[in-house]
Each structure stands twice: as C-alpha cells, then as structure tokens.
Ligand binder design. Structure first.
Ligand code: KG4
Ligand code: ZN
Length: 350
C-alpha cells in the first residue's frame, strides 16, 4: 500500500535505527556522512551468561531501550523529532523479533511525522559504514564483508547494488572467531579476545588448516579450522593449553585471516578492481587490517577501512545506506516487514 508523506527534494537529516541483533542503536546523520550523534546500547553482558545471543531476551531489551536510545541520539545531536526529514531502519537480515522492534518504531515515527522511511539491508549498512569516513569512496569497487553472521566478497556495483562473488559454505568469519573463543574458554563474543591474546602469541606455532574449496574458489569455509582447533586442544594437557594460549589464539586467527586475505586477493585480480573496502565486526581485527593492507599494497589496490567505532553493529551505517535509498526514492511501504533473510543485491526494501 502506498504511503503518502511530505515529499522533499533532499532528505538531509536522517534518524537511523538498528536493532538486528543485540545492540539497540540510533543515530542522527546529516548529508549522508556527517554523524551528528550515535548511541549504541549493548546487551552483551546479559547474553554472555548464555554464551550467545538469546533472541527473546534481545527483543525484550530492544523494546525497553528503543525510545530512550532514540531520544538520547536526538539530544546529543541537538535536534528534535520535528527536525528529522526521514527515518532509516534495518529491516533484515537478523533476528526477526529484534528487527520488528526497530521496524515498528521507525514506521510509527515516520507516520506520525509525515516523513518517509526506508528499510535498509543490514549488509548494505555495513558496506556503507565506509562512506562515513571516506568521502572519495564511490562505487564500483570490491568489498569484503566479515561479521558474526556473514562472510562475503561482493562487487558493489552501485549504492545498494551488489553482485556476490564468494560467500561462506558454513560458519561466518565472526562465528569462527566466536566458536574458537568458546573452545579456548574465552567469553562471548570472542573475536576481540582472540585479537588481544594473539598480539602476544606466535602465529606460526601451530599450522591450522586453510580450506581450499572445490568449485567457486572465492567461497570460504571455516568449519575445518574450528575442528582442528578442537582436536589440538583435546590433544594437549591443561597445563600446556594455559602456557600456549596466546600462540593457539594467534595461530588460529592467522588461519582465518589468511583465507580472508587470499580469497580477496584472488577476487581483486580476477575483477581488476583497484579499490577494496572491508566491513563488519571482524573488520575491527587488527591482524586482518594489517594483512589486508600489506596485500593491497603489493598489488597496488587502495584499501578503505571503516573506523573501529563503525565496524560493529551501529545505526550510523544504516543512515549512510539509507541516504542513498532516499536519493533513489526506494521508500518503505506501509506493509514493510522485518525479514530474517534478504538476498543482498535485491535489497530494494520497498
Ligand atoms: O557486525 P557485527 O557487530 O554483528 C553482525 O552483524 O554479526 O559482528 C560481530 C562479530 C562477532 O563475531 C565478533 O566476535 C566479531 O564481530 N569481532 C571481531 C573483533 N571485534 C568483533 N572478530 C575479530 N577481531 C575483532 N577485533
Ligand atoms: Zn552486523
């Protein structure tokens, strides 16, 4: 059903909302890349008790937090509801019960203010996090998205338009970090913990496997390295494990990073793109950032890295992606729904 709202030539001030997983986030963003405020309320402490995100708990916390988070984003930006020109919200993929809180809130807000709303693909948001920092980055370019739920190499053909060249056959890169961390007895989510321990370890101490797949060589698989980690831990004594934890973390991380970098290199050579961006929670990994930079330098490719504060889930990246959807008049309709899965590239979230 079409939704009639007060149309404008330019939707300058966007209120963006992200509730796809365990972070309730709101941001006020101007002109597509000027972040006036970003508020992120993390529920991680509560989910840590269970070793992962509990969907029902996540939805309930979003419900409690959303109004407070939005109001504080407005306050920090020194704006009121009446100043906002449009609302951008993550419509998927993610936990449906969590997404529904943001989508319902965004729709209700847009209706009450008589302004448009757009439903943003979460991965388009991650990729767009680079626009917040790098004004010169413009499609087409290649992107590696590595988060808790996704690992993919995609051509960004235009804003919000993607062609996937490689994806994971099993665990996502972030999942490989988190599951590996659990085997090492580290708290959830384990990516940052492994990153920190790895700095003090020897990356070549244990030769964990790097999956070479049949078929699409740009696809990833991380289940083998995880199994190898389990077998290694089972094989050694508790004492040996404690003594070598930094080396184990470092070698495990190196195996994941190695595959991410070599597949991305292959995709760059194949497609001849001279610009690469990386995005998603795992893009915060210090070893990945360094190794990717070295690889890009070696083949004369310009690498765009998101600022650390924009790597994990946040509403500013949703605002950045929403800005281009508004420009393309991809407005949300009144029956817009949250979705656990939306293919990337078909992200016209009408
Ligand atoms: O993008 P994100 O915040 O949420 C999803 O959309 O999934 O990514 C979360 C993932 C988690 O798996 C977390 O362990 C991982 O990002 N992560 C890291 C680091 N910081 C967060 N992985 C490796 N190194 C890090 N420094
Ligand atoms: Zn994410």
């Amino acid at each position: 059903m079409p939704y009639k709202f007060k149309e404008k030539d330019n939707y300058d001030l966007i209120l963006a909302i992200e509730t796809s997983c365990d972070e309730t986030s709101a941001s006020v963003i101007q002109g597509g890349n000027d972040v006036l405020s970003l508020v992120i309320s993390s529920q991680i402490k509560e989910h840590q008790k269970y070793g992962g995100v509990v969907p029902e708990v996540a939805s309930r916390r979003h419900m409690e937090n959303i109004s407070i988070v939005v109001l504080s984003a407005l306050e920090q930006a020194d704006k009121t509801f009446e100043d906002i020109d449009a609302v951008a919200v993550t419509k998927g993929p993610g936990l449906v019960g969590a997404l529904l809180v943001g989508v319902s809130y965004a729709k209700g807000l847009a209706l009450s203010l008589n302004i448009p709303f757009v439903g943003v693909h979460h991965i388009d948001g991650h990729v767009s996090s680079n626009y917040l920092t790098h004004n010169e980055l413009k499609p087409p370019y290649l992107s590696l998205v590595v988060s808790g739920g996704h690992s993919l190499i995609a051509e960004c053909e235009d804003y919000g338009r993607y062609k996937i060249l490689g994806t994971t056959r099993d665990d996502a890169a972030g999942e490989a970090f988190d599951k590996g961390a659990r085997l090492m007895g580290l708290p959830y989510p384990g990516g940052r913990e492994i990153d920190e321990l790895a700095k003090k370890g020897d990356a070549e101490k244990i030769d964990f496997p790097r999956a070479r797949l049949k078929g699409n060589q740009l696809d990833f698989s991380f289940s083998g390295v995880k199994t190898a980690l389990r077998q290694h831990i089972d094989k050694i004594s508790e004492e040996e494990f404690k003594e070598n934890l930094c080396d184990i973390a470092s070698s495990y991380q190196e195996a994941i990073v190695d595959v991410l970098v070599s597949n991305t290199k292959e995709a760059l050579i194949k497609t001849r793109y001279k610009s690469l961006s990386i995005a998603g929670g795992v893009a915060a990994n210090s070893r990945l950032r360094k190794a990717m930079q070295q690889m890009c330098d070696s083949i004369d490719v310009k690498l765009y890295l998101p600022e650390l504060k924009y790597c994990g889930d946040n509403a500013a990246m949703i605002g950045a992606a929403g800005h281009y959807m508004l420009k393309n008049e991809e407005y949300g309709k009144l029956d817009m729904n949250a979705k656990s899965y939306i293919p990337l590239g078909e992200s016209k979230c009408l």
